[in-house]
Write a protein that binds this ligand. Structure first.
Ligand code: PGA
Length: 253
């Protein structure tokens, strides 16, 4: 099975109304690459305006609460995100796991709540430098995946995983191609253990300092189905070449 390439921008805490033109440019220019799915995860405050600006382009959130509603000051539910026009959300980004102390169990509950409300989900996993240097990266990230992925998936294609080594995010450092391949093939094997044949529809993205200059090399790797891109997704001029590289790579499934 060949999975379609998937390139997703994560704007983190960047972007206000005057940046909507970048979202518009990314949406219209990436529409020219018919073999790549492209999406942007924007701050909650931009969701509604972004979705209204680019009607046919997927706009996502960066986090979601696990509960449908209730006394959770400052939090946003899956139904609220969807009501703003979001069609997907990230869960378990390392910046949230670390700063908000999100556990695997909590991340799993968020993923399940989002999927149940009709949002596609990208689950982020990844090891710290300390864990990588101790030689424990693969086993630790496999455990993180198994403990934070949903128990069951009704539609596997609506679920994706982003492998993002914490030490590669925003640093300009990336793992060796060997290490990326090793991790992606391990994650794919664990997804197959959990979800059986349907796991073949799940895309596994690489994230952490992806840019135009390294994208082709990363997309050429077996089991890499695309990328989750932070800093290089803020400007169309930086992001579009990454989409183009994904289109040229056509990773085999
Ligand atoms: P980066 O961020 O591309 O700026 O390293 C990736 C991410 O955190 O999703």
């Amino acid at each position: 099975m060949t999975r379609r390439s998937y390139v997703v921008g994560n704007w983190k805490m960047h972007g206000v109304g005057k940046d909507l033109h970048e979202i518009e440019a990314i949406a219209s220019r990436s529409a020219g690459f018919h073999d790549v799915d492209v999406a942007l995860c924007v701050p909650a405050t931009l969701l509604q305006r972004a979705a209204a600006t680019v009607a046919d382009f997927p706009i996502g959130a960066q986090d979601v609460h696990k509960a449908a509603k209730g006394a959770h000051t400052g939090c946003v539910s899956a139904e609220m995100l969807s009501d703003c026009g979001a069609s997907l959300t990230l869960v378990g980004h390392s910046e949230r796991r670390e700063a908000q102390h999100e556990s695997d169990a909590e991340v799993r509950a968020k993923a399940q709540a989002a999927l149940a409300a009709g949002l596609d989900v990208i689950l982020c996993v990844g090891e710290t430098l300390e864990v990588r240097e101790a030689g424990l990266a693969v086993s630790r990230v496999e455990r993180q995946l198994l403990d934070s992925a949903p128990e069951k998936l009704a539609e596997a294609a609506r679920f994706a995983v982003a492998y993002e080594p914490v030490w590669a995010i925003g640093t300009g450092r990336i793992p060796s191609t060997h290490d990326i391949s090793e991790m992606h093939s391990a994650l794919r094997a664990r997804l197959a253990d959990r979800f059986g044949d349907s796991a073949r529809a799940i895309r596994v993205l690489y994230g952490g300092s992806v840019k135009a200059s390294n994208a082709s090399e990363i997309f050429a790797l077996k089991d890499v189905d695309g990328a989750l891109v932070g800093g290089a997704s803020l400007k169309c001029a930086d992001f579009l070449p990454i989409v183009e590289a994904a289109s040229q790579a056509r990773p085999a499934g």
